[in-house]
Ligand binder design. Structure first.
Ligand SMILES: [Fe+2]
Ligand SMILES: [Fe+2]
Length: 201
């Protein structure tokens, strides 16, 4: 199922929509925690702190949107309140794992160097994906005249992609090759996630 068709289906049902918002909130929260977990004294710049703060805000903001639907639900991230709970978490964790393996095998990185490079590439790939998903989602929300809005997230995600690109340029002169390899890995995981979402709805 294509993303837009899937989102049309989700937005038309408040119960599904609430769980979808909660699932996105969870993924934003995992992303925020990944950024914070990778903070080092040498790398905790204004940009990194801003990014972590904004991802935490996205998690909170999406959770808050649930109250705009005509049901009250999803108080926590327990499986019953999510859509495709396993693959929604697996998508991010597996991307982390496969990126670390890639960096170890191709650049022979290890320790904190590997951790930082993985953070850069994983976050980059997620930002590329966020820049594709959120505008399509907002389009579907507009078509359905939904009270839910993700407009404020879209703007910040665009900024994040620029920030990650700037950091990757510092990291390597051939960053584009690495970024392309990681986004190829991400595309497979993303497809699995979408297929799984389609199966649950
Ligand atoms: Fe975000
Ligand atoms: Fe972001």
């Amino acid at each position: 199922m294509e993303l837009e068709e899937l989102l049309q289906h989700i937005v038309s049902d408040d119960h599904l929509h609430a769980r979808f918002l909660n699932t996105l909130s969870l993924q934003e929260n995992i992303g925020a925690r990944k950024i914070s977990a990778n903070e080092q004294p040498e790398t905790s710049t204004y940009m990194v702190l801003k990014h972590a703060a904004e991802e935490h805000r996205h998690a909170f903001y999406l959770k808050k949107q649930i109250a705009k639907l005509s049901i009250s639900a999803c108080p926590t991230y327990e499986p019953d309140y999510l859509l495709a709970p396993y693959s929604s978490k697996y998508y991010l964790n597996k991307l982390d794992l496969m990126t670390s393996r890639y960096l170890r095998d191709t650049l022979q990185l290890g320790g904190s160097e590997l951790k930082f490079a993985a953070y850069l590439l994983v976050t980059y790939a997620i930002e590329v994906r966020a820049d594709l998903i959120y505008p399509v989602y907002q389009g579907v929300l507009d078509q359905n005249k939904s009270k839910v809005s993700v407009r404020s997230i879209i703007l910040e995600e665009q900024g994040h992609l620029e920030e990650m690109t700037a950091q990757l340029k510092n990291f390597s002169t051939v960053w584009e090759t690495h970024a392309e390899n990681i986004t190829t890995i991400e595309a497979v995981l993303y497809k699995n996630w979408i297929d799984d979402l389609a199966k649950t709805i």
